[in-house]
Design a protein around this ligand. Structure first.
Ligand SMILES: Cc1cc2nc3c(=O)[nH]c(=O)nc-3n(C[C@H](O)[C@H](O)[C@H](O)COP(=O)(O)OP(=O)(O)OC[C@H]3O[C@@H](n4cnc5c(N)ncnc54)[C@H](O)[C@@H]3O)c2cc1C
Length: 484
């Protein structure tokens, strides 16, 4: 890299390593880096292990096509925003601990700044990078940009955080305020002229063919901070989303029933603090709504699962979870698993949800709950297969939220009382009363009347003929009898 001109000799440089914080607004690491140096080198590395590798146990693509595309869009948006401020985003593909290290060494940076991550893949990378930087007298400085509440503001150390959400919420909400979002810089100095910014990779570089969004998707999930702000505006101000959140959030077809902000939150395109303050503003105008309160509770649940991940470590990824109590009756039956994954179980509510996931990368909380319980309680299949499948496909995959929720449902989470057994047929009738969601994703059942679409197996042969459907031929026989 170019030698630093004499007039700048005393100015130290800082590398800003973007990770799952792909935004400029309220970005702790950016703010901290600017507090130390005006000469910032912003870098993003597509980690080849995450974008080209497979999940640990069952070999699904580690980052499926929906999330890969979303992240590419988010990084491109970040690059455009940095260009508007006068600089560039350095983009590379490879191992961040090597690439960020080389850039920091060659630029003679004094520090690398990044937002701290908590779980195993990310910890491995940040630990390796830190060791390498120490070896040349440079430092990795961590900021905390992920949560609604700063751990430093919590009324307990992470190691003593309450293990159940109700107590956690009670202790936190009444004692701690949510800090204001940090300001966004107006301009930044350009990169050293001999540091090439690098080209953006294409989806095909990660082994995925280009694809078009399924028109049935509730939401057009396009990555980036710009899109995140638009989605927030739509949910909070332009629609009645937040107002009716408390009563409508389980609706399966309405885009504004819930925020659909999870993919942007997971990649850090928007911060939970920003959401909190925007929602609070709306609630003030509306003179308070239950919707705002319930929405903030979910952001708090996200914090809680993150703290549980930190407190209990990698056991959330094991069959026995935080409780270390594996259910040994669960099997790795791949044919049952494939029927579940492909949406061919013969349980329409489950199949509709799994096909939505396969075609869009998103399913609702209700969908996740029912499909997870069906896999483990009805099919008796190892829940880790389901969790890894979600990890691969979900647009909003987040290690703590995904494995934390699976732990809770399986009764092996921090609070074992959360274990769920559900009447899936009753759930189907309650949350999709007219069968519209099922018919949308299972066109083979489109002709069935409302009282048959949830459980076509109850129809006689004659009735099936009258609707032009043969169960076992046009639609699979049921793997589990949900009507018992
Ligand atoms: C088996 C299972 C796996 C899950 N995996 C993930 C995951 O990988 N990533 C993820 O973000 N969420 C996960 N969830 C939680 C939840 O389903 C999604 O956060 C939610 O459906 C996202 O839609 P939304 O943005 O419209 O949520 P909203 O209802 O609008 O909620 C607002 C935000 O709060 C957070 N949130 C809401 N519910 C939960 C919850 N139960 N746990 C943690 N955070 C929550 C999300 O960040 C969400 O965007 C999982 C739930 C289950 C049951």
């Amino acid at each position: 890299l170019e030698t630093i001109p004499c007039c700048m000799k005393k100015e130290k440089r800082a590398v800003l390593w973007f990770r799952q914080d792909l935004r400029l607004d309220d970005n702790e690491a950016l703010h901290d880096a600017l507090g130390h140096s005006k000469h910032i080198i912003p870098v993003y590395v597509f980690d080849e292990r995450l974008f080209k590798g497979t999940t640990y146990r069952f070999g699904f693509p580690k980052t499926g096509k929906f999330r890969a595309k979303f992240i590419l869009e988010s990084v491109a948006d970040l690059r455009r925003s940095l260009q508007r401020l006068g600089t560039e985003l350095v983009v590379r593909v490879g191992k961040p601990e090597e690439i960020v290290f080389n850039i920091a060494r060659e630029a003679e940076a004094s520090w690398v700044f990044c937002n701290r991550e908590r779980m195993k893949d990310e910890l491995f990378v940040q630990d390796q990078l830190e060791k390498k930087l120490w070896s040349i007298g440079q430092e990795l400085r961590f900021s905390r940009g992920k949560m609604l509440y700063y751990t430093a503001d919590l009324p307990f150390p992470v190691s003593q955080a309450p293990d159940n959400f109700a107590s956690f919420r009670k202790e936190v909400e009444k004692m701690v305020g949510v800090r204001k979002p940090l300001p966004t810089p107006d301009s930044l100095l350009p990169l050293p002229s001999n540091l090439p910014a690098g080209n953006m990779p294409a989806l095909s570089d990660f082994g995925h063919a280009p694809f078009k969004a399924d028109p049935r998707a509730t939401t057009d999930f396009k990555g980036g901070e710009t899109e995140a702000k638009e989605r927030l505006h739509e949910f909070v101000w332009q629609s009645a989303g937040i107002k009716h959140y408390a009563t409508q959030r389980n609706s399966l077809l309405d885009e504004n029933a819930s925020s659909k902000l999870s993919p942007w939150l997971a990649q850090g395109c928007i911060s939970p603090k920003t959401l909190f303050h925007e929602v609070a503003l709306r609630a003030k105008e509306e003179k308070g709504t239950d919707g705002a309160q319930d929405f903030v509770t979910e952001l708090l649940r996200r914090d809680f699962l993150r703290l549980m991940g930190k407190k209990h470590g990698n056991c959330i990824f094991n069959k026995g979870g935080i409780q270390r109590r594996p259910d040994r009756t669960l099997t790795n039956d791949s044919s049952l698993f494939m029927r579940w994954a492909e949406g061919r179980t013969g349980a329409p509510f489950i199949d509709a949800n799994m096909r939505e996931l396969n075609m869009t990368g998103y399913i609702s909380y209700r969908g996740r709950l029912n499909t997870a319980v069906f896999l483990s309680k009805e099919l008796k299949v190892n829940w880790l297969m389901g969790a890894e499948y979600f990890e691969s496909l979900l647009l909003d995959y987040d290690a703590c939220s995904n494995y934390g929720n699976w732990n809770a449902l399986m009764g092996v989470g921090s609070d074992p009382r959360e274990e769920r057994s559900l009447n899936i047929l009753a759930q189907s009738r309650r949350y999709d009363p007219k069968g519209e969601f099922i018919r949308l994703w299972l066109p083979e059942l489109a002709a069935l009347p409302d009282d048959r679409v949830h459980w076509p197996h109850a129809m006689s042969d004659g009735e099936q003929r009258s609707f032009g459907l043969t169960v076992g031929d046009d639609y699979p026989l049921a793997l589990a009898n949900l009507s018992r």
